[in-house]
Ligand binder design. Structure first.
Ligand code: AMX
Length: 450
């Protein structure tokens, strides 16, 4: 166990509980949001409903992880050996405690993960039992769920424990799960695309480098660097994204971390969310194929306009919260610009960036015409020969579980209750409107159909 991390976490949870108790007691009636009917019908967009301290998506600055912007985060976190990029262990320490770890503390998490990487045999058998064409996200979700047999929280809960003890077991489970994620991802990759060759983790490597090693790609130091950057960038995006939000609801029932993480992964598998990296790369390749190479800006603009006029979505562009270029896009573009600016797919990413925002903005309805992280991440993986597009969201997933598990430990540590919003029927809604507004037309539900 990473003792220092647990100790600091206990301290901050205690402090935060007192803070929230005070706020609830003295400002319990303070209004944070009002919700309109339009917002409910439009996916609760723009309604502040959650308190999440691990990170915040600033619409104009992008993600702030524990208040650090992406460039700040990359600067302050301890780096892996001979690397320009942070150790995932240090990031996890920061997500969990809100404190920037020193190198020793970051390595302590890495060492803790190494001790817990062994995956029970039955989990591999679950993956093996699935048909070969199974989507890797299905396999990841199933593998995480298969690990549920190992939940310490579930066992202790059955024996009878009280609320203050919950978070400690969620933390144990979270460390056990996150330690195994690169192994699961690599096993899925190797089984699907490398004739089942299984490479166990290397004891000297950090969490991120180990993934590269286990898929047989650690010989390229720039790919290893990409993995380190990638896993930091995708780790957390406040509490309302589909992954975190669904995981949070599931965990609020005191389902253990394995049920919680699997639920989050299921949400990430949708094309409007995590699967966009797969979709975007497919789209970029289709563009190259269509033009027989890199199109000019003019050709691309005509192509994109035609697509949006036919009602198609341009993957990798737009966001429910962001209103600017995603700084995660910029961080990945910086890496590509440094190491392989002439790569064709990367050059296309840049050309798309020059064209798509103005096309989307000209439609007048897209709230954010700018690229999100998925507009580029796949192109970089593709450059390094990871060309199995359906695998891309798995990498997003194992990174995002760092944030999801940290959020979950905090939720249980703050004794958050069962999440259970109220719903009404549309008939009730019409009746409510009629009562408030005498001039409203007769409720549709009671209007005879012509
Ligand atoms: N291409 C074409 N049209 C788009 C668009 C895009 N990239 N993004 C938004 N629009 C359209 C919407 O479809 C909607 O049209 P409608 O009114 O006719 O239904 C209109 O613009 C308004 O949408 P919005 O309020 O700007 O976006 P939203 O909050 O409803 O949805 C998102 C956000 C991400 C789902 C949407 O922008 C989208 O589908 N983008 C492409 C998929 C993508 O990149 N997803 C990844 C997001 C990041 C992540 O979670 N990994």
């Amino acid at each position: 166990m990473s003792h220092r991390m647990k100790e600091r976490l206990a301290y901050h949870l205690n402090e935060q509980r007192q803070r929230l108790d005070y706020l609830k007691k003295h400002y319990g009636q303070f209004k944070i949001s009002e919700v309109t009917l339009e917002q409910i019908i439009s996916g609760i967009r723009g309604v502040t409903l959650l308190i999440t301290d691990t990170s915040y998506v600033d619409p104009h600055q992008g993600i702030r992880i524990r208040d650090f912007t992406i460039p700040e985060l990359l600067r302050v976190l301890p780096k892996a050996r001979n690397s320009a990029f942070p150790l995932a262990g240090g990031l996890y320490y920061l997500l969990m405690t809100g404190e920037v770890p020193d190198e020793t503390e970051a390595w302590e998490v890495e060492e803790t993960w190494k001790e817990r990487m062994a995956v029970p045999e039955h989990v591999f058998r679950v993956i093996d039992a699935m048909p070969h064409q199974t989507h890797p996200m299905t396999l990841l979700s199933q593998a995480i769920l298969a690990l549920q047999t190992e939940s310490i929280f579930a066992r202790r809960y059955e024996e009878g424990i009280s609320k203050p003890a919950f978070w400690g077991y969620y933390l144990e489970d979270s460390l056990n799960l996150t330690a195994k994620l690169p192994v699961l991802a690599a096993y899925i990759y190797n089984r699907k695309y490398r004739q089942g060759e299984h490479i166990p983790p290397h004891p000297d490597l950090d969490w991120s480098a180990n993934f590269a090693y286990m898929i047989g790609r650690s010989d390229d130091p720039i790919f290893v660097e990409l993995m380190r950057l990638y896993f930091v960038l995708h780790s957390d995006h406040e509490g309302g994204n589909v992954t975190a939000y669904s995981a949070n609801v599931v965990s609020s029932s005191l389902a253990d971390i394995y049920f919680t993480a699997s639920a989050g992964i299921n949400g990430l598998a949708g094309p409007l969310h995590g699967l966009a990296n797969q979709e975007c790369t497919r789209w970029l390749l289709r563009v190259l194929h269509h033009f027989g190479g890199l199109p000019s800006e003019e050709q691309l603009e005509t192509y994109v306009r035609e697509q949006v006029e036919r009602g198609m979505t341009i993957p990798g562009y737009g966001h429910a919260v962001l209103r600017t270029v995603d700084p995660r896009f910029t961080a990945l573009a910086d890496l590509a610009e440094t190491y392989f600016p002439q790569d064709t797919l990367y050059r296309l990413v840049k050309r798309v960036y020059a064209v798509v925002p103005r096309v989307l903005a000209s439609l007048g309805k897209v709230k954010n015409p700018w690229p999100n992280v998925d507009a580029i991440s796949g192109a970089l993986l593709y450059h390094f020969g990871v060309r199995q597009l359906d695998f891309y969201t798995v990498l997003f997933g194992i990174s995002r579980m760092l944030g999801v598990t940290a959020q979950t430990v905090w939720s249980r540590g703050l004794y958050k209750p069962l999440e259970r919003p109220k719903s009404i029927t549309s008939q009730m809604l019409e009746a409510m409107i009629a009562q408030a507004d005498e001039t409203a037309p007769a409720p549709l539900a009671s209007t005879p159909v012509a």
